[in-house]
Design a protein around this ligand. Structure first.
Ligand SMILES: [Zn+2]
Length: 140
């Protein structure tokens, strides 16, 4: 009885040892039960430590992931820059195409505002009626 318990305890120890070396604790517990805990422990000691392999794999995976993240942010940056460039292009073309009259109204509409006495809407200074409430506006 006593030796059976000791044997079982040794098998559990082998399983514990196996899990520490990156191997299946359950599988090695069973192997220890079937063969012998001492022999299976020796086999385990001889076998390659999988935790080292796993650590190497993990770091290389992390490196890959980091590389991927960098490429992703790079492409995102490229897309943003392209978009900005296109907008700049359009802005450039816009001013080139715009005739003097349009430029004047644009300037006017962006600078000269008055406010409706009735509703407080922001209205172009040249308007004679409020577009919001229809109140007749005093000329100034
Ligand atoms: Zn109004």
């Amino acid at each position: 009885m006593m030796s059976a318990l000791l044997y079982l305890g040794l098998c559990i120890l082998v399983g514990y040892y196996a899990s520490h070396r990156g191997r299946s604790a359950v599988a090695w517990f069973i192997i220890a039960l079937l063969i012998s805990p001492i022999i299976s422990a020796i086999i385990l000691a001889i076998m390659r430590d999988l935790t080292v392999d796993q650590a190497i794999r993990r770091t290389s995976m992390e490196k890959d992931r980091m590389k991927e993240r960098i490429t992703v942010s790079e492409t995102a940056m490229n897309a943003r820059m392209n978009h900005m460039e296109q907008r700049m292009d359009r802005l450039d073309g816009g001013t080139a195409v715009m005739n003097p009259g349009e430029e004047k109204t644009l300037l006017n509409s962006s600078n000269d505002w008055k406010y409706c006495r009735q509703c407080g809407a922001k209205i172009d200074v040249s308007a004679s009626y409020c577009p919001n409430c229809g109140t007749k506006l005093p000329k100034n």
